[in-house]
Design a protein around this ligand. Structure first.
Ligand code: COA
Ligand code: AMP
Length: 633
């Protein structure tokens, strides 16, 4: 079957397309309705079915006689260690962990926050929640206590699973003080915490609240204690993943259970072209959606080994790290963000280190998370001599909305485009009034409802925000908040976000959230944060601020305070390093800050003075302030 055949099979009968895909999943009881259009905002997939994600990721492979196959490879240059777990070992560990969690009071529908570095126990924790029918919410380790607290308050977890520390090149991040600080701030206190002690930096446990992960799980394993997989409804939430929204309050994207499995299993074979038993490596972090779908769930659902890499593309120890991992673990497909390749290219421009490794098992490179600049794609294609597939997706969907399915026989790659719409997605481009635009015309990218399996049915605790953020602007369509074009041949091109989101090193960040932090400083009257183009990270946040009258603190000192404030409130991942003092911010006559124009000035791009500007002279002041710091271009 070709891409065209698959897409038209889906178009002519979406329900039977997904019903057939659903046969790849083991259900406890089948769906009463494969698609129930009457339920939810736009319908629900596999309504009435019961199933368990952990069962499909682990137990069924053991049951099929593949218990000795490798399920998870943890490769950690930062601790100089490699460990491997078979499906049988992973099942035993996860079952024991689920038993421990049950002892801590966790059951079906309870929330569990996982705040962990890239250790195997993070994946085991996700699967143990799935085993119990509990809803996990993984919080990326680069977020500070305040961001963690926001998520705890929203999800109200019964238990938090964390670790004593994470390890970044050259520094240890003590997680426990961040966890304790977050729990101090929140109203919704968890009843217990399960803490993984790491040798590099153990922590103190709080009596009556914290349990030692290894001690309890090892004891359960030794005593042969475990739990069976709890049947849950396909429409029950599997997890909540918070992502940046247009305010400081993150959006809790809800993923359902059955549709998630069906869609991911389909992609493993058809999009990524993997066979069970092969090795898949998503060089991301479990804290992001890519990590959820393709470090944890997708590969395991498909019976593949998944690589979990606790390191960086460069500096651990050098720009050959990715090729070393591919060689050592016989990786078939690598999925990462273009920024990782820009980092490698910068350090090893001629790709010399590639030649030092045997990449004979490596078939395809997949890129997503941010726009792939043609220079990076072409470099990777040339140096690796393999297909480089760009694909486009979002936390909200959990898998690619557009791409190039190598499992179906890829169509010609068009550099700069993340391919064509995947079966399940009727991607269209509309103008601001909601009218379709001709091919090749820039507009709002939308997907006609319903979303396919794995598409988010709502936002946790925020059904109104779900409607207002995604469903109301273009009735009948899901608004992606991406702007782009679809060309005459159906290739999608993603050009920019239409909201305040910026993409820094493949990480989705809200400039609005950063502005809220800057504005909380007592000396700041008003501020704006824009995403300035960056050759390595794609974009970097750039702040502008106006002080209250009478502030005497010198600009460099105030900038240091603001940078530190963002780091402590949002986290190092925000990569907020620059805040410029300006006399005034450019605004329209109605008071809207002209962030787009400021961004263009910073990028050294051409811009037109907006007709509605209140005072055009302010743009000269902005140019002058940027020029004085050599920040233009
Ligand atoms: N825990 C704590 N801190 C973390 C962290 C974690 N899990 N991950 C990143 N950070 C810190 C970094 O140490 C850095 O701190 P610094 O300001 O003190 O240097 C800061 O957050 C910013 O991180 P990042 O933007 O990732 O920059 P970097 O210089 O550490 O690495 C890349 C740059 C390009 C090498 C890296 O971002 C990368 O490999 N990205 C591609 C893969 C990826 O993550 N994709 C995501 C979605 S697919
Ligand atoms: P996240 O939800 O963190 O995965 O971020 C989703 C956003 O990242 C999208 O809305 C896009 O703006 C951007 N993005 C993801 N993949 C691509 C891609 N292949 N090309 C361009 N932008 C992308």
């Amino acid at each position: 079957m070709s891409y065209e055949d698959a897409y038209s099979a889906w178009q002519s009968n979406p329900v039977s397309f997904w019903e057939e895909a659903g046969q790849q999943i083991d259900w406890f009881t089948p769906a009463t309705s494969v698609f129930n259009a009457e339920k939810g905002v736009y319908g629900r997939w596999f309504d009435g079915a019961t199933c368990n994600t952990c069962y499909n990721c682990l137990d069924r492979h053991v049951g099929a006689g593949h218990g000795d196959r490798i399920a998870l490879i943890h490769d950690s240059p930062v601790t100089d260690s490699v460990s491997r777990f078979t499906f049988a070992e992973a099942t035993a560990h996860v079952s024991a962990l689920a038993h421990v969690l049950r002892g801590m009071g966790v059951g079906h529908g309870d929330r569990v926050i996982i705040y962990m570095p890239m250790v195997p126990e993070a994946v085991f924790a996700m699967l143990a929640c799935a085993r119990l029918g509990a809803i996990h919410s993984v919080v990326f380790g680069g977020f500070a206590a305040n961001e963690l607290a926001t998520r705890i308050d929203d999800a109200a977890p019964k238990v938090i699973i964390s670790a004593s520390c994470g390890i970044e090149p050259g520094r240890v991040i003590a997680y426990k003080p961040l966890l304790d600080e977050a729990i101090d701030i929140v109203d919704e206190k968890p009843s217990g915490c399960l803490i993984l002690q790491r040798d590099v930096h153990p922590c103190d446990l709080i009596e009556g609240r914290d349990l030692d992960y290894a001690e309890h799980v090892d004891a359960a394993v030794a005593a042969g204690q475990g739990t069976e997989c709890v049947p849950v409804l396909a429409t029950d939430p599997a997890y909540i993943l918070y992502t940046s929204g247009t305010t400081g309050q993150p959006k809790g994207v809800v993923r359902d259970t059955g549709g998630h499995m069906v869609a991911l299993k389909w992609t493993m074979e058809h999009h990524y072209g993997l066979k069970p038993g092969e090795v898949f490596w998503a060089a991301s972090d479990v804290g992001w959606v890519v990590g959820h779908s393709y470090i944890c769930y997708g590969p395991l659902l498909h019976g593949c080994a998944t690589v979990m890499y606790e390191g960086k593309p460069v500096g651990t120890p050098d720009a050959g790290a990715f090729w070393r991992v591919i060689q050592d673990h016989k990786v078939t497909a690598l999925f990462t963000a273009p920024t990782a390749f820009r980092a490698i290219k910068k350090e090893d421009p001629h790709g010399k280190l590639i030649g030092d490794y045997d990449l004979c098992h490596f078939r395809t490179l997949f890129l997503a998370g941010e726009r792939s600049d043609p220079a990076t794609i072409e470099w990777a294609q040339q140096k690796l001599d393999r297909p480089v597939i760009d694909h486009w997706w979002q936390t909200e969907t959990g898998w690619a909305m557009s791409g190039n399915p190598v499992g179906l026989g890829a169509f010609p790659i068009r550099v700069g485009s993340p391919g064509k719409p995947m079966p399940g997605y009727d991607v269209q481009v509309l103008d601001d009034e909601g009218n379709p635009v001709p091919p090749g015309t820039l507009g709002n990218i939308v997907c006609k409802l319903p979303l396919p399996p794995s598409g988010f049915p709502t936002l946790w605790n925020a059904p109104e925000r779900f409607l207002s953020s995604y469903m109301e602007e273009f009735p009948g369509y899901y608004a992606t908040s991406d702007a782009g074009i679809i060309d005459e041949d159906g290739y999608v091109f993603i050009m920019a976000r239409t909201d305040d989101i910026i993409n820094v090193a493949g990480h989705r960040l809200s400039t609005g959230a950063m502005e809220e932090v800057l504005a909380s400083h007592p000396d700041i009257a008003e501020c704006a944060v824009v995403g300035k183009a960056d050759p390595l990270k794609g974009q970097m946040p750039l702040g502008f601020y106006v002080t209250n009258d009478g502030v005497t603190m010198p600009a460099p000192e105030l900038e240091k305070e603001l940078v530190q404030l963002v780091r402590s409130k949002i986290g190092a991942v925000a990569a907020f390093k620059t805040a410029l003092r300006v006399k005034r911010l450019p605004k329209t006559r109605s008071g809207k800050v002209l962030r787009g124009t400021m961004q263009k000035i910073a990028d050294g791009a051409e811009y037109k003075t907006p007709a509605a500007i209140d005072d055009p002279a302010i743009l000269d002041e902005i140019t002058e302030a940027l020029g004085a710091r050599e920040l233009i271009g």
